[in-house]
Design a protein around this ligand. Sequence first.
Ligand code: MG
Length: 392
Amino acid sequence: MKIKSIESFILTDRLKEAFYFSQWEYSERRICIVKITSDTGHVGWGEGYGPAGVIKAGVEFLTPFVVGQNPLLTETIWSTMYRRTLDFARRGILVSAISAIDVALWDLKGKILEQPVHQLLGGKKRDTIVPYATGLYFTNNGNMSKLLPKEARQYVALGYKAMKMKVGLSLEEDLAYVRLVREAIGPDIKLMIDANHAYNLREAVQLARAVEPYNIFWFEEPLSPEYYGQYAELRAKTTIPIAGGECEYLRFGFQTLLQAGSVDFIQPDICATGGLTEAKRIATLASVYGVEVVPHTWGTGIAIAAAMHFVSNLDTLPGRLRMPVNYMEYDRTENGLREALTTTDMVVKNGEIRITDSPGLGFELHEEVLHQYNQTESVCISDINNFTLAES
Ligand code: MG
């Protein structure tokens, strides 16, 4: 059995309404999707997190080392890809390219063996997980003091038990919006805040202490991901748990984060950090440090499905009779690709998602939709130029 071909596509969805966070504005979503076909006629799908055009170039660089190999040998293929990139890109976008291929290979392996990916990862340790709604971004199309509480109430009405809002505009505005959102959702819903590394240590301590009365479940990326020691300092100065790691790559990046005692939660993005193969190693490493794992996701149904299978396989440490909830990120911002490209039976019901036992990652990908959004041909030059506006 052999891998016959790897194809990559850049899909673009122009947003009806731009939104922004502490770093830049989104006016479109652009994602690199990978299709791997075996000589048995099976197909697996993956995606990379990050600038789509650069990831596509990385996938094309890696393709000759992967085509012709046995698709069941996910770890062997991962090692080959890692060795071929290590000298040039120990972190960053080539690792996202590895991730996109790796996720597609796990989907393909599941389809070939007619097993769900969670089973291939070693077993499903829970049937349901709790998605937290990621939204509550900023917009110039209305009064945010009204829009943010309204959006937060909509998530409650839809049954979500947890949600995450953006901060990082200014300490005064952040405090005002956090207060309004907490008042809107009541005391029982989990509320996380995410600064996308907008602040220095002094500011982050100020904001953390100011929002402590609002029962914040975690404070995500308060500081630049480079300041591992300052994360640890912040942790010691607030009662709010600290989260981070969506910008970390491979187990080696997470080792630095964990050794420094920087965070209470790590947030590997499976489509950037090295795929499911490496994410499983990162989860094992986190268990050594007793740190919780809640993956970052920002993409299509492929990325979401990969995160669901991963979370269902996570060990819960410590174990106990009444097991704690396992969360995963569930982006609710506008993204036509996420809504239209795939369908799955893993849907939110009463604030929970039941993990599928369908083969592979458990979704149907609609190729006619892929071709509708495909802008691969025209993207080569404009992709980099649009990066600051269009990509994360
Ligand atoms: Mg984040």
